[in-house]
Design a protein around this ligand. Sequence first.
Ligand code: SF4
Length: 322
Amino acid sequence: MSAAIPEAFHGRRYNAYNDWAKKHYGGRLQKISVDAGFTCPNRDGTLGFGGCSFCNNEGFSPSYLREQRNIAEQIDTGVEFARRRYPRSKAFLAYFQSYSNTYAALEKLREAYGAAIDHPDIAGLVVGTRPDCLPDETLDYLADLSKRVFVELEIGIESCDDAVLKECLRGHDFSCTRDAFARAAQRGLFLTGHLLIGLPLETHESLMRGAEALAALPIDALKFHQLQIMRGTRLAERYLADPENLSLLDLNSYFDSVIDVVERLPPSMKIQRLGSEVPPRVLVSPDWGMRLDKFAPMFEERLRARNAWQGRCFRGQKTEDR
Ligand code: SF4
């Protein structure tokens, strides 16, 4: 248990990824989404068709990706936009975000990641994927790349509970997630996890068990997303057929759940994201009317109101920040 808020939090009550980036890179690391045309084993029939019950990649892909296939052009457009919107960005990272970006032969990965790294504005890569799409040879290749540029591997955890993973048709269990983090950490990669809060069958107890499990994994940074029901998903079909059949979190319950998780995490784990915003044309429910930049200040306010902070209930061994 931590009796006081660590000084390393820079006056906040949690360890913000942006503060870490500022300390190590002198400013904001701005991600530029790129779409290399990968698919996913949960969509191409290898594990299933139709994907995870909550998944609609349109919900988080910028519109320019639909118009441009060439990676260099996508980066040009993304960097131009980011320079205007985030003038204090220190460096740009190519973000392979949609679908499973390690689900291809090594040659195709080399080609896609190589095109991004060769772009003069790109200082590193962020590669989002599923834990079951990380064979050792891919991890070895990413580890090799990380000797040249910053490489962040973002692994979709979504839930640490097997019943929840099964219900959302994820196609892998939590032991697969554990194994992926362990093998990736052996290679020294910077590892981010992506967690969804509010999935069907997730209870407060399962979430707290999950938080304890995550606290023990070699995760450098964690992203939180609220469950949003998006058009074109299996969850949307279920919700629209009978809204009473799905209970969705309200904003306060969401923040309380995130705080309960964060209190159990080690102080060294950086919190990279606290919520998500999808275009209104895609969103079915819940509509909190929240812009992305409002999550962090509201979260901080809620932490203060509860006199809570990251790591307050962490029971493991503290590790050094890196
Ligand atoms: S969430 Fe990821 S793993 Fe699931 S269907 Fe979508 S792209 Fe595939």
